[in-house]
Design a protein around this ligand. Structure first.
Ligand code: SF4
Length: 241
């Protein structure tokens, strides 16, 4: 029997609203989700940076090359008007130009971008798509998680970010290292915060995630969380109680 797979998005959806989790992952009603401009915008930026690093990053690429990747990979779905789309497109041009001057010039080596990793946790698989993995001169590995909407980030926010914690576990398991750094990088402002997890901290993440997954697997009610309804596509038919 195939083991159930749990990604950060899937787990976070359950923590946000168990009923929404049921609609998406048990009833499989994902087709009812409407396109969102913030997903399109983030996807355009992620695919641009993937192409940039695949082509050699700053070793071989100019800022104009980076912006050409962006023009070629722009996705315009989910915007409410042409004006709104044009504003986002221009904002992306500015963000990437600034990224080239700052974040792209870091001393660490980028090993890869946009890769799906998995780890066998016994009765389930942990999976996650990681934006970027860097290696520092001392050999330390660093996960870089891009955010296209945020302006600021603190070390405490990185420390409590579930997705980041899962990415660190995935790197530790796949590369057989016992200490992994992780950063959240805000593309709008080039702000970045970094933390590291040692073996004890990584083991705590595994314990916490396993506890949540066990709760999901045992759930038969999938309670509504009315506090999370504002941006939910299921609001039209969900009882919300
Ligand atoms: S409408 Fe509200 S309660 Fe229903 S699934 Fe969405 S977030 Fe959850």
């Amino acid at each position: 029997m195939r083991k159930p797979q749990f990604s950060p998005t899937r787990i976070q959806t359950y923590l946000t609203c168990p009923r929404k989790y049921r609609y998406l992952y048990v009833d499989r009603l994902g087709r009812l989700l409407r396109p969102k401009s913030y997903f399109s915008f983030g996807s355009s930026l992620h695919r641009t940076l993937e192409a940039f690093y695949q082509a050699g990053g700053t070793q071989t690429q100019s800022v104009e090359d980076l912006l050409t990747h962006y023009r070629q990979r722009w996705t315009g779905v989910g915007y409410q008007s042409e004006t709104q789309e044009a504003e986002h497109f221009e904002a992306g041009m500015r963000m990437l130009s600034e990224f080239f001057q700052t974040g792209a010039q870091e001393a660490s080596e980028t090993l890869w971008t946009e890769r799906m990793l998995r780890a066998d946790m016994g009765h389930f698989l942990l999976i996650g798509r990681i934006d970027r993995l860097d290696r520092h001169p001392d050999g330390t590995l660093e996960v870089v998680d891009y955010k296209s909407g945020r302006l600021v980030v603190s070390e405490e926010e990185v420390q409590t970010d579930l997705a980041v914690a899962i990415y660190q576990v995935l790197i530790a398991r796949n590369y057989e290292v016992d200490r992994v750094k992780a950063s959240i990088y805000c593309l709008r402002t080039q702000a970045k915060a970094t933390i590291a997890r040692d073996p004890e901290a990584l083991a705590q993440v595994v314990s916490d995630v396993t506890e949540i997954v066990n709760a999901i697997l045992a759930d038969t009610v999938f309670a509504c969380n009315p506090a999370a309804c504002d941006d939910c596509d299921f609001v039209r038919f969900c009882p919300r109680r």
